[in-house]
Design a protein around this ligand. Sequence first.
Ligand SMILES: Cc1cc2nc3c(=O)[nH]c(=O)nc-3n(C[C@H](O)[C@H](O)[C@H](O)COP(=O)(O)OP(=O)(O)OC[C@H]3O[C@@H](n4cnc5c(N)ncnc54)[C@H](O)[C@@H]3O)c2cc1C
Length: 491
Amino acid sequence: MTSVIVIGAGNGGLTSATVLAKQGYSVKLLEAHSYSGGCAGTFKRKGYLFDAGATLTGGFNNGEVMHNLLNKIGLKEWFAKFDENAMTVHLPNKIMIPRYGDDRRWDIRAENFGDESLNFWKWQENTADLMWSIANKSPPFPPQNLKDYSKLSKILLSFFSEHFPSSINPSLLKDAFTTLSNKLSNQNEPLRMFIDGQLLISTQTLSRYANSLFSASALDLPRRGIVHFKGGIGTLAKQLETSFKSNGGTIHFKEKVISISKNKNGYTVITNKNHSYHSNVIIANLNPWDLKSIIPKNQLTPKLKRLPSLPKKSWGAFTTYIGIKNEHLPDNISLHNQILSNKKFTEGNSIFISISPSWDTTRAPENQRTITISSHTNLNKWWTLLKNDKEKYLQLKNTYENKLIGLAKTIIPKINNAELIESGTPVTFNHFTNRIQGWVGGFRQENLFKTFPSRIDSNLFMVGDSIFPGQSTAAVSLGGIRVANSIMEQF
Ligand SMILES: Cc1cc2nc3c(=O)[nH]c(=O)nc-3n(C[C@H](O)[C@H](O)[C@H](O)COP(=O)(O)OP(=O)(O)OC[C@H]3O[C@@H](n4cnc5c(N)ncnc54)[C@H](O)[C@@H]3O)c2cc1C
């Protein structure tokens, strides 16, 4: 029987591992940390359960990726509740834009961005529907060999015969090569600001750089069904883990893989506990740099050899975790909020605020809730300060905390009464997820044709937010399913 080792129990690794275990493969999962979920894990501190990174999770409507995954792994339901408002976006001048997935969205768009914006939104939704319909067919993208090209051509042919000419936008081909700013040139400033804010947290870049097709799919989040997991987003990983184990998979926590080497029967993996494991196939839930660091130099593939020393144009996250009494939260505040500022206040001009649902009493002591605030930040500045002047590093951490809380105050006026529990910098993310320099969010989605492939060598695969289709809990699960499918086709 084909044996598989999965390195890392983030949502990407867990999805592949669970799908394969359900199909009867012998799968072993090695996770460096003491629990699963990675950037989408939930940790306990002072009686609160905080989502470490990701807080908003989508793709749960019927027919969407997370809903389809249930069947594939033999689970009946996710322990989660739907929210009709994905998030509220707060623009300067107290403009509040809730992001409903239902028909209310059209009036909200016309009211805030003008009737002339509706054509843009129609293009976005139509394009997103097409992109998700292709993605659900598991295309081998980017294609890497003749078999992939042949499969991709068949999928594209069947896609065009299903959709042409009724729903295919004539600009589809051009959109594959252009940035979203082409679609926004006649639109007003509030819409451009809104789109840039939304793209930064999804494509990790702005409309002048983001590929149009990636952008259309990313902007579609509210229509795909967003949910809140009971116990925090880490429950998603825990449910995957439960299904994985009940299908015969084994998981070893606190086992960091320090080397993988190829031999004639497959691979040998060595961990920090000096354990050695063997398998026919490896799935690495790592980014290319972290994978490269554990492969002997003489076994590197040309693509890994060519990597620059550090990921370019990469983002880190600054996060602040807060406990707050219910009475200090405004009535009817949305559970997810993005605040966009006219001024650049850290490296970006926005923060994302998530509040635990009032119905989830597992998240905080009685009558209290959690707040997570996050913002994009530069990686190097934190590492340079830490190396040269620890005092200045701590001062900067304090400055960022105050900035984030200051901006959050515009929608939570009583936030100063809350208890600040702790904050995380890229150094913290590196410590807890082992990601190079604490780089999070994967590659910026600028070029559809420059994505990193999932197959690294004949029996070595990558999953996670560095490979197509990119970052977000749903995208890494979709990538995880595609990798499991490739393995099932071949072995
Ligand atoms: C602050 C922040 C906010 C975000 N917000 C959202 C959001 O609201 N919605 C959303 O959908 N997405 C969000 N994201 C993105 C989302 O969290 C990620 O895209 C996704 O969780 C990445 O999953 P992954 O499987 O690729 O990797 P990871 O989550 O990084 O998992 C990799 C796992 O591998 C383990 N590991 C690493 N090296 C080794 C080793 N050598 N041996 C063994 N194990 C190892 C790590 O410990 C980790 O558990 C956010 C990310 C951050 C950082």
